[in-house]
Unconditional design. Structure first.
Lengths: 210, 152
C-alpha cells in the first residue's frame, strides 16, 4: 500500500512537472509567447517558484532559500570569460559600493550550463569574486524549472572544435525580502542606475518601472 | 530621374568596388588588457581599442598568439528580450579615422584552447593580422580575474 501511495505521489509529481513545463513552454516559446520585451515575462515571485538546486558548497537550495532577505539573482555559465566575469565583477563592485547596507543581500549566479558547471566548478569560480556571491547548479531538469520561474531563456550553441557556448538572458533580478521582484538591472547597466535599484530592494520597495 | 540614376550608380560603385585597404601599420592599438584565467579549461579574453589613423578602411582578418591555439574575435550582442549571444566575427573593419573598442559586453578577443594559464601580473604577445598581410604585435598585460577595465 505504502509503495503504491508513493508511486502515485511520484506520478502526481511528474504530472505536475510536465504541466509546469508545458505551461512554461506555452508562455515562453509557444502560442502564448509575448511579442515584446516588456511582456516577455518578468520573473514570478520567488514564493511561486519551485525548483531544487545545489549551491557551490553542496547545500540544497531553492527559491525558499532566498525568502527572508533581499536577493539578487542572475543566470550565466562559468565557461564564458566575457559576460559572467563582467556581471560578477559589476556585482562585487556594487556590493563594495553599498558597504554594510548590502550585508543582508543574497547574490546568486544560477548556471544555464550544468553539464560543465558542476558544484566544484562553481565553487572554484565564485571564490574569485566577492565572498557574498553564491553559485547554484543542479540537474538539467531543475535548471529548466528555475529558468521557467525567472522567465529566463537559454540555449546551447555549438562552436568550432567541439566546444559550445550558451545564449542566455543576462539581466540581474532584484527581489525584496518577501520574494517579490523589485527591479531588473540590465546587463552592463551603469553603476549609477544599478545602485538605487539595489537600495530599493534592500529597503523592501515594491515593483518599479524597471 | 537623372540624380536618382547617379545615386544608384554611385551606390553600385560603392557596394561592388572593393575598398582600397590601408596598411595595418596605420592602426594604433591601445589600452589592451586581459583577465586572468582559471586554469586552461575555460577560454581567455582580451580587450583593447583599435584606432585607424589612416585615410582608408582597415580590416582585421585574424589573430595569432602562442598563448591560445584558437584566438578569435567574438561580438556579444543582447537582443530586445535581454538574451545575450556570442557571434564569431570572421573580420572586423575599422573605418578611416575611426576607433573600434573591444570591451566587456561587446566585441572581444576569445582565446580558445589556452596553452597555459593566464596569470595576473604576467603578459603575452598578441598579433593582429590585417587584410593587406601586415601584422601588428602588442604585449597584453594580464589583470585580475575580476578586472573591469584597463585601469583595474
Amino acid at each position: 500500500m505504502r509503495r503504491r501511495a508513493l508511486l502515485s505521489y511520484c506520478a502526481l509529481g511528474l504530472g505536475a512537472v510536465a504541466a509546469t513545463l508545458s505551461v512554461g513552454w506555452w508562455q515562453v516559446d509557444g502560442p502564448g509567447a509575448p511579442e515584446t520585451a516588456t511582456a516577455a515575462g518578468r520573473p514570478l515571485p520567488l514564493t511561486a517558484m519551485d525548483f531544487a538546486l545545489t549551491d557551490h558548497e553542496g547545500q540544497p537550495v531553492g527559491p525558499e532559500t532566498l525568502i527572508g532577505q533581499p536577493s539578487l539573482v542572475f543566470f550565466g555559465f562559468t565557461w564564458c570569460p566575457q559576460v559572467c566575469p563582467t556581471t560578477l565583477a559589476d556585482i562585487s563592485h556594487w556590493l563594495d559600493g553599498l558597504d554594510s547596507e548590502a550585508e543582508t543581500l543574497a547574490t546568486v549566479l544560477i548556471t544555464v550550463d550544468p553539464e560543465r558547471d558542476t558544484v566544484d566548478a562553481m565553487a572554484e569560480y565564485v571564490s574569485y569574486f566577492h565572498p557574498q556571491n553564491r553559485g547554484w547548479t543542479g540537474s538539467a531538469a531543475e535548471i529548466a524549472r528555475a529558468a521557467e520561474g525567472f522567465r529566463v531563456r537559454y540555449e546551447r550553441v555549438p562552436l568550432k572544435g567541439g566546444d559550445y557556448t550558451m545564449n542566455h538572458t543576462a539581466g540581474v533580478f532584484l527581489f525584496d525580502a518577501a520574494g517579490v521582484l523589485v527591479s531588473i538591472i540590465d546587463y552592463h547597466e551603469p553603476r549609477e542606475f544599478a545602485l538605487p535599484k539595489i537600495r530599493r530592494a534592500l529597503t523592501g520597495g515594491a515593483l518599479g518601472t524597471g | 530621374m537623372r540624380p536618382f540614376a547617379t545615386a544608384v550608380l554611385a551606390l553600385a560603385l560603392l557596394t561592388t568596388a572593393p575598398p582600397l585597404l590601408a596598411g595595418g601599420d596605420n592602426v594604433v592599438i591601445e589600452d589592451a588588457w586581459s583577465r586572468a584565467s582559471i586554469g586552461t579549461g575555460r577560454p581567455g579574453v582580451a580587450y583593447m581599442t583599435l584606432r585607424n589613423a589612416g585615410t582608408e578602411p582597415v580590416v582585421v582578418t585574424g589573430l595569432r598568439t602562442d598563448l591560445a591555439m584558437m584566438p578569435m574575435m567574438h561580438a556579444t550582442t543582447t537582443d530586445v528580450q535581454g538574451v545575450t549571444r556570442m557571434a564569431h566575427m570572421e573580420e572586423v573593419e575599422i573605418a578611416a579615422g575611426e576607433t573600434v573598442a573591444l570591451e566587456p559586453g561587446g566585441l572581444h578577443v576569445m582565446l580558445m584552447d589556452l596553452q597555459r594559464p593566464m596569470v595576473e601580473g604576467e603578459s603575452y604577445t598578441l598579433s593582429l593580422v590585417f587584410a593587406d598581410g601586415a601584422e601588428a604585435s602588442i604585449e597584453v598585460p594580464i589583470l585580475g580575474f575580476a578586472a573591469r577595465g584597463p585601469a583595474d
